[in-house]
Design a protein around this ligand. Sequence first.
Ligand code: PMP
Length: 404
Amino acid sequence: MFDIDTIRKDFPILGETIYNKPLVYLDNGATTQKPRCVVEKIEQGYYTLNANIHRGVHYLSQKATEAHEEARKTVQTFLNAHSSNEIIFTRGTTEAINLIASSFSDEFMEAGDEVIVSAMEHHSNIVPWQIQAARKNIALKVIPITSKGDLCMDTYKALFSERTKLVSLAHVSNVLGTVNPVREIIEEAHKRGIPVLLDGAQAVPHIKVDVQDLDVDFYVFSGHKIYGPTGIGVLYGKEEWLDKLPPYQGGGEMIASVSFEKTVFNELPFKFEAGTPDYIGSTALAEALNYVNRLGITHIANYENELLEYATTRLMEIEGMRIFGESDHKSCVISFLVGNIHHYDMGMILDRLGIAVRTGHHCAEPLMHALGIEGTVRASFALYNTKNEINTLIEGIDRVRKMF
Ligand code: PMP
């Protein structure tokens, strides 16, 4: 079923060489590579299906509309949403969180109200709330983390007050790899009547997500991190919430009728999709999700867990190794430092060996402050990585260590 050699052939870029070395791509947390079928879907879309959607009576426009709406259904099935009206296409995770931050705080928050986030959030789940905080004088409450990189759940429960209006958290940390106990998080919030937004950017490529089973109110992710194209992402929202939220942007598509006296907004999901949507991107994203479905998310998760375990064991053998994020519930992201070697030096020398890792604060500066460091090296794995590639990484790190 899970034949890695066949899978790797689906991703032409994996055959590239960098500085005459075979590419070892371990920066999947930032973006994943694309299988041939996704790239072909984009090409095919522009060559055979391109016409603006929804407003056209002509054949091509109708075909493009059908493809876009079919893609919405694919996402609906992928997340097990109750209705395709609950699937809004956005530019990505960042835009989806900005949409909720803006519309939710406009409708439901006033000065003094609070949003709960955590110390391990990506900037995209901090800054949109800070922008609203400045506009509306609302406050962020932050769940701290333990030394292993888990959320302090007792503090979480203690953070709720009568001013809490929303909980907005990463499902999986892009630095620590921690898979947060989202079921418990949601139950605690719902006990108090508070909705929950989950940032699933680092979760959907690696674990099965069922929004109805989780009973999550809002769930967001980016296409490019799950083998799809850049510039397309998803906001899932329960219909009962999305119905109550005001539009985020105004323009074409999102209206039912417009006059200078009164504009009537369109129904879901179009109310939140102002302007021409990325209908080529949505169909290519659906192709990527179908690719993941064909391999099976459980097979992917099992394989990636094997890689994570292997890589962790091998890395820990290296002298001076410090791994940040040692939760018992981890996804395949490993952040580390070796001795006093600066993360940039490590990253730059590994690059010369053909190994792509990420260095720096990973858009999580508050987490770096909490850890008392400036940055880390991060190796993040995807379904096409191999133990051999991990061996190359280990040899590379060892080489760098001996140089310093
Ligand atoms: N949240 C998390 C946890 C992420 O890892 C990322 C991407 N690094 C984002 C949000 C932002 O995603 P995008 O840039 O695709 O909007």
